[in-house]
Design a protein around this ligand. Structure first.
Ligand code: PBG
Length: 328
């Protein structure tokens, strides 16, 4: 017999009781705020049309942003760059004076004890918008895997030398974690951890990010390197391969349509697990809230709690400042 012996509502009686039995506690320490650095003129701050509240920022504006975020309780950041010029190989990605390199130096000076993560990819820096060296096969375009690895490794070393604490490759080339680990070690940067976007799906939810980072592919799509949304066992394989290559932390991306993947990767690996609450997931909430259809603050915390409950230890989210403020 269950009822009336068992009454789950007894433990929901009041707020204090609910807090006592709460299983998942979102913490501001779990949150990472993405930032878009634009090299060039000073005082540049441009809001992204499809991402209200998110800006492209010049390095000096990055200082203002990280100091404000710190006051809200955010201490970890991931930086993306908008270069002054793009070319076929994305060479500004490893320029000592590249957008992210400048942003890192400014952020480091403003917040010496923050954790600065550098995204490593070439799509923001190539004139074709793909994540490595382009190969046109006539029927479709793809990216040359092995020829791209040394370029990613160069970018990783340059970013670590500019002050990144953590290197986060998001390109989805096979073998890039090992190539980056070797290059970092050879440069004497053996204490810099790698957070690998190990499980990254070819997703429609990246749309607004591509506005923000101006990184949409000019031709074709990323389906030959990013994962098929229908696959779950492949995610476990990708995660394991990156751990074997030396990844210190791994990521699942996007988060909301892949909560089952977050759970399964958590159960089959031992490294800290991050999840990226991506641009489209952010923009959907913003848009619905602007229409008055949902309560933005409530839905934001519900979504972030869901990602944590699924198994994420770390959450990258454009809501980081707002959520940290709410969490106190
Ligand atoms: C770069 C990269 C992307 C995102 C993070 N790193 C875009 C892409 O793969 O096209 C997306 C993040 C977001 O949507 O918030 N490869």
């Amino acid at each position: 017999m269950t009822f009336p012996l068992h009454r789950p509502r007894r433990l929901r009686r009041d707020a204090s009781m609910r807090r006592l039995v709460r299983e998942t506690e979102l913490q501001k320490n779990d949150l990472v705020l993405p930032l878009f650095v634009r090299a060039g003129q000073k005082g540049y701050r441009k809001e992204i049309g499809s991402m209200p509240g998110v800006f492209q920022l010049s390095p000096d504006e990055i200082e203002r942003e990280v100091v404000g975020a710190r006051e809200d309780g955010v201490t970890s950041f991931i930086l993306f760059g908008l270069p002054t010029a793009k070319d076929a190989t994305g060479s500004e990605a490893w320029s000592p004076d590249g957008a992210v390199q400048q942003g890192l130096r400014v952020a480091r000076k403003a917040l010496p004890d923050a954790t600065l993560i550098a995204d490593v990819c070439l799509c923001e820096y190539t004139d074709h918008g793909h994540c490595g060296i382009l190969e046109d096969r006539g029927t479709h375009v793809t990216v040359k895997n092995d020829a791209t690895l040394p370029l990613l490794a160069k970018a990783a070393v340059s970013l670590a030398q500019a002050g990144a604490d953590v290197i986060a490759p998001s390109d989805m080339m096979d073998g890039r974690v090992l190539a980056i680990r070797k290059a970092l070690d050879e440069a004497g940067l053996h204490d810099h951890p790698i957070l690998s976007y190990a499980v990254k799906y070819a997703s429609g939810f990246y749309g607004p990010f591509r506005d923000a980072a101006e990184s949409a592919p000019k031709k074709g799509d990323r389906a030959t390197y990013q994962m098929d949304p229908a696959n779950a066992r492949e995610a476990l394989r990708e995660a394991q391969l990156d751990v074997d290559e030396g990844a210190d932390m791994i990521m699942v991306k996007p988060a909301l349509a892949y909560l089952d993947i977050i759970r399964r990767v958590k159960e089959t690996t031992l490294v800290p697990l991050a999840a990226y609450n991506v641009s489209g997931e952010y923009s959907m909430i913003k848009a619905a809230a602007q229409k008055g259809w949902i309560d933005e603050q409530r839905v934001m915390l519900e979504v972030l709690t869901g990602i944590k409950r699924a198994g994420a230890d770390i959450i990258l989210t454009y809501f980081a400042r707002d959520a940290a403020k709410r969490l106190g």
